[in-house]
Design a protein around this ligand. Structure first.
Ligand code: SF4
Length: 378
């Protein structure tokens, strides 16, 4: 029998469901917590994390509402309408680009085929034509890019790539949150910046393969969102330099997802399929045990970006992990796996291991000072 390939294991863990694709949002979440093997494996296997969390009793409490998704699609359709007429107009009026018209290659599908690999090949072919000096006024709509993420190929899709402007090309991100008096919601803008950074990194790799200088992709991107309370598009160039460095560094830190599956028991599974009677083929207990077998690295920030966060928070609370109180507490308690242990070291009910002697002494000193302060105030 042939040895099992790591990719087979990831597919087997997911079961018969189609894999959930990587997206820039998923990649920014991964790079926000590169130490988390749990998320790395679930994403690489293409598991539907929201459904998994729901099946094990921890339904996620965030995500875009269907209304917001529909509004976002409608706004993007408006910007792309008429050969990206609104985008060309924004480039000219808002950003002082002296262009009155441009051709558009819509890469949403290629001759009726929307398979990511086919679209990625066509995107690459067009970039090679641009590199050869052809297609100087060509906007790419929904180009398909590839990026290695934790040893797996992710297919990524920025909303558009402008033609060459002053020697540079600009990634375009279209969002449906409004810019009121030129100011958009800071948290949503920050998320758009991170996702644009992922796209620009993938674009630069595609440029390199096409023989174009990677730095020809600008380290600014064009964010387009509705202006004030209307549906009129508003555009602004945003700087990406800091985020590009951060995302690139964190991508380099991700461990290969296939290697991380080696610690899983042979019968582990994240199969969310249902049988012909509509019952899950794996019960909640089996799924829970498999999720629990993957090492997690919970911190309170997980609550803002990960579908598994309510499950991981409860797990961290049950174990008394210092990190559940934030990275500050975790860093203050090096080598101590539980806040209960820390309290035991302070009151003397836990004997420190040799490597905990120093931190135990520091904790007791801190507790004495705290008591003294409390006494002084009384
Ligand atoms: S919530 Fe859990 S799975 Fe998600 S990143 Fe945090 S620790 Fe990892």
């Amino acid at each position: 029998m042939l040895p099992q390939q790591p990719e087979d294991r990831l597919a087997r863990l997911r079961g018969p469901a189609s894999p959930e694709p990587y997206t820039a949002r998923k990649i920014t979440a991964l790079t926000a917590n590169p130490a988390c093997a749990r998320r790395a494996v679930l994403d690489a296997a293409g598991v539907d994390k929201a459904l998994l969390a729901t099946r094990i009793g921890f339904e996620p409490r965030f995500g875009q509402s269907p209304f917001a998704l529909t509004r976002g699609q409608a706004f993007e359709t408006l910007v792309a309408w008429g050969g990206y007429a609104e985008l060309v107009s924004l480039l000219r009026t808002e950003l002082a680009v002296p262009v009155t018209e441009a051709a558009v290659a819509d890469l949403t599908e290629v001759a009726g085929n929307s398979a990511p690999a086919v679209r990625a090949r066509e995107t690459q072919r067009l970039l090679e034509r641009i590199a050869a000096g052809d297609e100087d006024r060509l906007i790419l709509g929904h180009p398909m890019l590839t990026l290695d993420v934790a040893g797996r190929t992710a297919f990524l899709e920025p909303d558009a790539l402008t033609h060459r402007i002053g020697g540079r090309f600009y990634a375009v991100e279209i969002r449906s949150f409004p810019a009121i008096d030129g100011q958009a919601d800071p948290a949503r803008t920050a998320e758009a910046v991170k996702q644009a950074a992922v796209h620009v990194i993938a674009l630069r790799q595609a440029f390199h393969r096409a023989g174009l200088p990677p730095e020809a992709v600008a380290d600014e991107f064009l964010l387009i969102c509705p202006k004030d309370f209307s549906n009129r598009p508003y555009g602004r160039l945003l700087d990406l330099r800091q985020e590009l460095d951060a995302v690139e560094f964190q991508l380099g830190r991700l461990r290969r997802a296939a290697d991380l599956t080696e610690t899983l028991p042979a019968d582990a599974s994240f199969d969310l399929a249902e049988d012909s009677a509509g019952s899950p083929v794996r019960d909640a207990g089996e799924l829970d045990a498999s999720v629990g077998a993957l090492e997690a690295a919970y911190s309170p920030s997980c609550l803002s970006f990960c579908e598994m966060s309510r499950y991981c928070r409860q797990e961290a609370e049950t174990a008394g992990e210092p990190a559940r109180l934030g990275s500050g507490v975790r860093n203050d308690l090096p080598g101590i796996g539980s806040t209960r242990t820390a309290l035991g070291l302070i009151d003397g009910t836990v004997e420190p291991e040799p490597e905990q002697a120093e931190i135990a002494e520091l904790l007791r000193t801190a507790a004495r000072l705290r008591d003294l302060r409390g006494g002084g105030a009384a």
